[in-house]
Design a protein around this ligand. Structure first.
Ligand code: FES
Length: 465
């Protein structure tokens, strides 16, 4: 697949060779402005986790590229409103979250009020205004599209965009089969990275960086990573290391789980590691491939059985692995992604703060027995991006991202050069962005976004435009 995309209107620094990404896309101010105008207002954005707004009247403010939206739990479900007073535009919320059930929303400037359904309930000094300025439908807070899925609220400013489900496609069901709606945050970290938001996203769109950036993972399971990426540098061609005994192979697989858990928490939860530890010495077939399959199957079955016995609402892992397969990383265009392995997950959200700065958030998500869910974190724990308090894997990723941003400015470095076989997701993502900026019809964009599901470490694809 090497054809340039066909878009109605030209885009600055447009991708003409799908394996080359022009570097000004990562710092040019006009390109950034175009994203703010033509991408973000038309895309589904993850606005909040629903556990932040469990009760009627609970609200959170979501902000991105200069816009603010209130997401509120009402008697009729979750609603969203553009956060601007209908008098003179001041945001009607103070702070990042709260409950408006008794008082509604009160504008801090002149005190106009709205109920949780966005209807205006009070205008101070009403007699001072022309009645035609105060039509109820005119004074109501402007609604914003919102859909709930996977324990989150997603918003979209575009009334004509395809629905969230139509946009994301089958990956929504495959992830939901893992019980995403029942998950809760164990923790929520945030940092500001001195890098374009796409640089930050792309750091997670291939596994090719593991060998150098996360060497502990490759050391734990060299056969796994060499097979995937290392054929022309001595890869051994099988996920099983033939120089090791069956038992040693299993110990390596277990070590890989441990390292993912230490490195990224919810990606493989510590409780899942403890269950797997019970099975390291289990009876296994002599054939190494069969032994590995048998062991992973037993781990999945035991995680299901033991966590369900504790009252956790986890799915039957063997069933979902067979019927609803997911990738190591699943991307929901444009700025949210999940790392599902067993029953827990890590999730990430990235928002631009300018052409060369972004806000990067990570949640560790897991299940709890009903009635034992912890109080949800209402705000992230902010850390500097080089903090040693981040889990080891994000620490390693954050070391690359800011320096890569600097490298984009180097003389003569005109474009990123991608492997068309394993870095295709980066190209597919960037060309969908060109589709938004170049006015490709929304139904075609949604069809292209669906192709991202399952494309982790995959090839450059024909996007259909
Ligand atoms: Fe909100 Fe005046 S700006 S009441």
């Amino acid at each position: 697949m090497n054809k340039p995309i066909d878009i109605p209107n030209p885009v600055p620094f447009q991708i003409t060779d799908p394996a080359q990404i022009p570097t000004p896309r990562y710092y040019d101010e006009d390109f950034y402005r175009l994203e703010c105008e033509k991408l973000w207002p038309h895309a589904w954005q993850m606005a909040c986790r629903l556990e932040q707004i469990p009760n009627v009247g609970d609200w959170v403010q979501y902000t991105n590229v200069g816009k603010s939206v209130i997401v509120v739990r009402t008697n009729d479900g979750v609603k969203a409103f553009h956060n601007a007073c209908r008098h003179r535009g001041v945001p009607v919320t103070e702070g990042e979250h709260g409950n408006c059930r008794s008082e509604g929303f009160i504008c801090p400037f002149h005190g106009w009020r709205w109920n949780i359904d966005g209807e205006n309930t009070f205008v101070y000094g009403r007699h001072l205004f022309d009645e035609k300025q105060l039509e109820p439908q005119e004074l109501a807070l402007r609604p914003c599209r919102v859909e709930t899925w996977g324990g989150c609220a997603f918003i979209n400013f575009d009334d004509n965009a395809p629905s969230f489900r139509e946009t994301i496609g089958p990956v929504a069901d495959n992830l939901e089969a893992r019980g995403m709606s029942n998950m809760r945050s164990e923790w929520w970290f945030a940092t500001v990275l001195p890098a374009n938001w796409k640089i930050a996203m792309e750091a997670f769109q291939e596994g090719y960086h593991v060998m150098r950036t996360h060497p502990q993972l490759q050391r734990a399971q060299p056969a796994l990573y060499n097979t995937r990426y290392g054929h022309d540098t001595g890869g051994i061609g099988s996920p099983i290391n033939p120089n090791l005994t069956v038992r040693q192979n299993i110990e390596q697989a277990f070590k890989g789980m441990e390292l993912l858990s230490e490195g990224m928490a919810g990606m493989v939860h510590a409780k899942e590691v403890e269950i797997a530890r019970q099975l390291v010495g289990m009876e296994l077939p002599d054939n190494p491939e069969q032994a590995m399959m048998t062991w992973y199957g037993a781990v999945a079955a035991q995680i299901t059985e033991q966590l369900q016995a504790r009252g956790e609402p986890v799915p039957n892992l063997l069933e979902v692995m067979q019927n609803n397969p997911v990738q190591a990383v699943e991307f929901l265009f444009p700025h949210y992604f999940l790392l599902p392995t067993f029953t827990s997950m890590s999730s990430y959200r990235i928002r631009p703060l300018g052409p060369e700065e972004c806000l990067f958030e990570i949640w560790s998500l897991t299940h709890y027995p009903e009635g034992e869910e912890p109080e949800p974190p209402m705000e992230p724990t902010f850390l500097p991006y080089d903090s040693k308090d981040f889990p080891p894997i994000p620490q390693q990723d954050y070391a690359n991202i800011p320096t890569q941003q600097k490298g984009c400015h180097a003389e003569g470095f005109d474009f990123m050069r991608l492997s068309p076989q394993i870095e295709g997701l980066l190209s597919n993502y960037q060309r969908i962005i060109d589709g938004y900026l170049g006015d490709v019809p929304q139904d075609k964009l949604a069809a292209a976004i669906q192709k991202l599901g399952g494309n982790f470490d995959g090839p450059i694809l024909d996007l259909g435009f």
